[in-house]
Design a protein around this ligand. Structure first.
Ligand code: NDP
Ligand code: GDR
Length: 376
């Protein structure tokens, strides 16, 4: 009796493929997480570059396509290069079906339960989607026989560094994740590297430090702050409640970072790269900068859970600590070194911290006044 090794001989749906170099010229991209912040900016970038873009969206009882609606006109319009397809990283069969149908030349795996605090409440789900979801999509590539043809980008994260081992953090800094999210992304990082080595796949990890924008989800700290600053300045909210204001983050603009993702997949060889600004700022500093844009100077009083931020002019408390936003384990300091990306990809951030904060506050002022529709 002989036992067949299923993993080394996956089902091949394609037998007539051109060379990998020819295949890459097709410019067909598949994006998981297309409805998220990065998915929307990346779609715009790829469409500008002449790609056909296919985005995986989750079925939802409410609309979840606000960030990409402007790209999606009429599916019957033949000139339209943006397509959406229902799917989920928890569904292997669905992923194989999508791969067989789209036959992409590049895949960007951005789909994830991406909120660190929520990952403590939904640890198993986060592991299923963020860790095993990456495995599922990589295996779907092999199942349809595209493993030598597809270029794969994995959305890895500075959360892998977790408990500080050394700063600034680069591609050689040891990992020590501090949340179920970070641990799930650690698996995804290594399975991506493993499939690159085991099956000669063009698979890259982008280790991206925090990147924000007016399209950032409202429960991440930067957007929560900028929306509150807008609402407080317009008299629609009294106080902003935050958790750990002593955390330090290396914050860039998402539009810069999706450019780096694309550049990773245009190299001759697959590799892993850090994208970061090389600067770090306290959460408290972000609060001060954001309020300064609406001409409010913050003065701080108290310490720890008793810390408050007052409007210097009126004495009114506008920022308070609420321990419910603390995490069971925290990542205190992130500061990235993007030298390798600069050297090998020619990538540099273009938006500095002050411009990022201003862009977000100004956008939220318009949204809060209903001058523009708030879609995220
Ligand atoms: P968002 O939270 O804005 O977007 C996440 C996307 O993943 C959404 O489109 C969401 O769909 C989708 N998604 C969630 N669960 C599933 C699932 N089970 N199956 C398929 N899709 C799913 O994240 P960002 O755009 O900010 O980040 C993109 C990726 O980069 C994520 O993987 C994140 O972990 C990672 N990352 C982000 C950084 C950042 O600072 N922004 C830094 C480093 C890494 P829906 O809209 O339906 O919820
Ligand atoms: P992070 O982003 O955990 O770094 O993950 P987030 O904006 O959630 O937190 C940044 C820091 O701010 C502190 N903080 C608060 N955070 C939130 N969300 N809400 C608050 O009220 C608050 N108060 C203080 C946090 O404790 C933390 O220290 C993001 C996500 O996009 C991940 O998917 C990505 O991998 C990493 O960035 C890099």
């Amino acid at each position: 009796m002989s036992i067949h090794a299923a993993t080394s001989a996956p089902l091949k749906l394609r037998a007539d493929l051109p060379s990998p170099a020819e295949w890459h010229k097709r410019k067909v991209a598949l994006i998981s997480g297309v409805t998220g912040q990065d998915g929307s900016y990346l779609s715009e970038l790829l469409l500008e570059k002449g790609y056909q873009v296919h985005g995986i969206i989750r079925r939802s009882s409410s609309f979840n396509t606000g960030r990409v609606d402007h790209l999606y006109n009429d599916e019957h319009d033949r000139k339209n290069n943006f397509h959406i397809i229902h799917g989920d990283l928890s569904d292997s069969t669905n992923l194989v079906y999508i791969l067989a149908q789209v036959q992409p030349s590049e895949i960007y795996n951005l789909g994830a339960q991406s909120h660190v605090k929520v990952s403590f409440d939904m640890a198993e789900y986060t592991g299923d989607v963020d860790a095993l979801g990456t495995l599922r999509i990589l295996d779907a590539v092999r199942t349809v026989g595209l493993e030598k043809h597809v270029r794969f980008y994995q959305a890895s994260t500075s959360e892998l560094y977790g408990l500080v081992q050394a700063v600034p953090q680069d591609e050689n800094t040891p990992f020590y994740p501090r949340s179920p999210y970070g641990v799930a992304k650690l698996y995804a990082f290594w399975i991506t590297k493993n499939y690159r080595e085991a099956y000669d796949m063009f698979a890259c990890n982008g280790i991206l430090f925090n990147h924000e924008s007016p399209r950032r989800g409202r429960t991440f700290v930067t957007r929560k702050i900028t929306r509150a600053v807008a609402d407080i300045s317009l008299g629609k909210q009294n106080c902003l409640y935050l958790g750990n204001m002593d955390a330090q983050r290396d914050w860039g603009h998402a539009r810069d970072y999706v450019e780096g993702m694309w550049r990773m997949l245009q190299q001759d060889k697959p590799d892993d790269f850090v994208l970061a600004t090389g600067e770090t700022h306290y959460v408290r500093e972000f609060v001060e900068k954001a309020f300064a844009i609406v001409n409010v100077k913050i003065v701080w009083e108290g310490k720890g859970v008793d810390e408050v931020g007052k409007d210097a002019a009126s004495g009114k408390v506008v920022v308070k600590v609420d321990p419910k936003y603390f995490r069971p384990a925290e990542v205190e300091l992130l500061l990235g070194n993007p030298a390798k990306a600069d050297r090998e990809l020619g990538w540099k951030r273009t938006v500095d911290f002050d411009t990022l904060v201003r862009d977000m506050v100004e956008s939220d002022l318009k949204a809060s006044q209903n001058l523009v529709e708030d879609k995220n």
